[in-house]
Design a protein around this ligand. Structure first.
Ligand SMILES: [Zn+2]
Length: 412
């Protein structure tokens, strides 16, 4: 089987994206379907009804992950597609939803063309990818990946005080299906997603061939000096925590330039005390977000930051306290699968660019256990987690057709 002319039904996919976007729709556009809320239940019910219409085998596990499977000729490990359908409270119609509905569209296209795949083909949506209501994010896929225990996930309390376990029961998604064993049951995992950044849109590129997810290092620093009169304390006698915090802001920006283009660095939160116009700050509390697709480079950046802060603190007579808030190593997708996706994209005369994902995705939970890759399509102006998130129908079509061809290539 090498049907290169096989194409998804664009109108059907677009209509499903719109239909799902009406569940939890916000005035003025966009959608709010926080994980395990009534709106999430309605969205889940709708997608499950589409899965049922296609006669797929549907399994729901104890963390509420839903996986629908088209049987193959043989009971081999499946090729799985998927993403999430929960959103942030001011979300768009594409983030996550595209990967799920395009996966469903791929399966329906196979059915329409009377193709029985050699291996089973599955599409899943995973609980609480966004993490806006319950932390951590990527909760459903993290449980599948055994990075997070089911018990810990179920006991998680949300920002509104609700517990995951109770909410799963309440909306009827505390399933009893066995957890998918990624290593044994999944031959490969592919997630189509909108880029959520500006690169593809700005450079007018059709397809992002995703090589992995960059590593993240989140740290918090607390500097303590001495507050004093801004008018009477000569500059050389100051122990100014605010000054050093500002120097750190500039330093990490320069560090990113030195380590360009891969290193990103941001001081995102900064609080000074007492925060008054005529008082030298005695306290500065700030965060540093460092990201890099290369682990040793990320460590190099962490070390440079560490040395700079301690040297500055010593010079200005400050005390430093340091806390690690989060640390994830970079994830590298399967090189063969990444190459294959790139080749297939080029055969379609799509323009392509290799890149690393700046955001976390369910796919990174699959990557340690089975060959995994992602396909990105452009986000208009890079806008995401925003009601104005938009991907043009032609770009949706390109991504979904490439997903289809990758699956067909795999099952042929
Ligand atoms: Zn997403």
């Amino acid at each position: 089987m090498s049907d290169k002319t096989l194409c998804i039904n664009v109108a059907r996919l677009q209509s499903r994206l719109q239909c799902l976007g009406e569940v939890g729709a916000l005035d003025g556009g966009g959608v709010s379907r926080l994980a395990l809320t009534d709106a999430d239940k309605k969205g889940r019910d709708l997608v499950v009804s589409w899965m049922q219409d296609l006669g797929l085998d549907i399994s729901i596990d104890a963390i509420g992950n839903v996986i629908a499977t088209l049987k193959g000729e043989q009971e081999l490990p499946c090729i799985m597609m998927g993403s999430h359908i929960d959103t942030v409270s001011t979300g768009g119609l594409f983030d996550g939803n595209l990967g799920v509905l395009a996966g469903l569209e791929v399966i329906e296209t196979l059915i329409d063309n009377n193709i029985t795949p050699t291996t089973p083909v599955s599409v899943g949506f995973f609980t609480n990818e966004e993490g806006s209501r319950f932390a951590p994010d990527m909760m459903g896929s993290a449980v599948l990946s055994q990075v997070l225990s089911l018990q810990t996930a179920l006991q998680t309390q949300g920002i509104d005080g609700a517990k995951v376990e109770d909410e799963l029961k309440r909306i009827g998604y505390n399933g009893s299906a066995e957890f998918t064993n990624i290593k044994q049951d999944v031959a490969c995992f592919i997630e189509l997603h909108v880029e959520q950044g500006p690169v593809l849109d700005e450079q007018q590129i059709d397809i992002g061939v995703v090589e992995g997810v960059q590593g993240i290092s989140w740290q918090e620093f607390h500097l303590t000096g001495i507050s004093n009169h801004a008018g009477t304390t000569p500059m050389q006698y100051r122990q100014d925590a605010g000054l050093v915090a500002s120097k750190v802001s500039v330093f990490v920006n320069e560090l990113a330039s030195l380590m360009a283009p891969n290193q990103l660095a941001t001081v995102g939160a900064l609080t000074l005390k007492p925060n008054l116009i005529n008082v030298i700050p005695n306290e500065a509390l700030f965060t540093v977000d460092l990201r890099n697709p290369n682990e040793s480079e990320l460590q190099k950046a962490e070390l440079a930051l560490q040395e700079f802060i301690h040297e500055q603190a010593k010079q200005h007579g400050l005390k430093v306290e340091q806390k690690i808030l989060a640390r994830f190593q970079p994830v590298h997708f399967n090189p063969k699968l990444v190459d294959r996706i790139e080749t297939l994209a080029k055969q379609n005369t799509f323009s392509t660019k290799r890149l690393f994902s700046g955001a976390g995705h369910d796919a990174q939970m699959f990557a340690p256990h089975c060959p995994t890759a992602m396909i990105f399509v452009p986000s208009y102006k890079g806008i995401s987690h925003n009601i104005n998130e938009y991907t043009h129908p032609d770009q949706v079509t390109n991504g979904a057709n490439l997903l289809l061809q990758t699956v067909v290539d795999f099952i042929s």
